[in-house]
Design a protein. Structure first.
Ligand code: MG
Length: 300
């Protein structure tokens, strides 16, 4: 199932997408109370029963996907855990050896936006950078998972742009502040459930285009720590809950590592693509010039 959250009449609504362009809302169906997390926790058979019921007959309601305002596919993840320097080439371009342990850091849900929503370049910095990443969304509660069984707890996968304000990221050894500016973490457009993806979403092309020009291009097979290893390492330390998000780090080619550096500017368009998941496209907008931004928290 390809799950989306979208904005409709001041609400965050949940639906699923067929054929990459037709959205079937759960609103107005017997499944209207189901959250994205409920769908991720469900069996493959249970989700298929929902698809069959919602799309059956002449009463089925659908919307063109390109006519709705998408929100982050999960609006309020319990936690968003990010891995830094998790592709071999990116660690090298950043002047680091292969790490023995991932650089974990946290993002807050308040920094997230959906596909199509503007990434905001803050007034206090010029150094807005992109980072294409695979997002893992947990589907089952998990603690002390062995690497061999860790993937059984995954609910699905999505695209993530770990937008970073580099000068703030490097003010101290703790990256948190530069990774949590408002409206800098793009997430979506869909969550593809794990049953429709290869194990650990490995072997997928991942790229970033800025104004159509490819600036990052790699394969998820080149991650230093795999999805299974990351889940095993994290779950030694903390319980992972359904709906928690793990952003798996970015390949080489970030703007800050280029000479001269490339920073994203007002009017630019950035696009993260992952094979089999989709295209996460966002315009860049200067703080104070945001348009079409959906304000406030949503409950999906
Ligand atoms: Mg990152």
């Amino acid at each position: 199932m390809r799950i989306v959250t979208f904005h409709h009449e001041s609400d965050a609504c949940v639906g699923f997408v067929l054929n990459d362009r037709t959205l079937f809302p759960l609103t107005g169906t017997p499944f209207a109370q189901l959250s994205v997390t409920d769908l991720l926790e469900m069996s493959v058979r249970g989700r298929q029963d929902i698809v069959d019921a919602v799309t059956a007959g002449s009463q089925a309601v659908s919307l063109p996907l390109d006519e709705v305002q998408l929100l982050p596919p999960l609006s309020r993840p319990g936690k968003i855990i990010c891995l830094g320097l998790n592709y071999f080439d990116h660690a090298a371009e950043s002047g680091h050896e292969k790490p023995e342990y991932p650089s974990f850091f946290l993002r807050t849900a308040d920094s997230l936006i959906g596909a199509g929503q503007p990434i905001v370049r803050p007034a206090c910095s010029e150094q807005l950078d992109y980072e294409a990443e695979l997002a893992v969304i947990m589907g089952q509660r998990c603690r002390h998972a062995a690497p061999e069984e860790a993937l059984s707890y995954v609910g699905g996968y999505s695209c993530f742009n770990d937008g970073s304000i580099r000068d703030f990221q490097h003010k101290t050894s703790q990256w948190t502040i530069g990774k949590n500016f408002d409206a800098t973490g793009a997430f979506g457009p869909v969550i593809v459930t794990a049953d429709e993806m290869p194990p650990g979403a490995s072997g997928l092309k991942i790229s970033t285009r800025l104004n159509g020009k490819i600036l990052q291009q790699d394969n998820t097979a080149n991650m230093v720590f795999t999805v299974a290893e990351a889940i095993a390492m994290l779950s030694r330390c903390m319980t992972l809950f359904p709906g928690d998000v793990i952003a798996m780090g970015t390949p080489a080619g970030v703007g800050s590592a280029r000479r001269p550096p490339i920073w994203m500017r007002h009017g630019d368009t950035v696009e993260v693509a992952i094979e089999g998941i989709g295209h996460l496209r966002n315009p860049i907008c200067d703080e104070g010039e945001r348009t079409g931004q959906v304000p406030g928290r949503t409950s999906a």
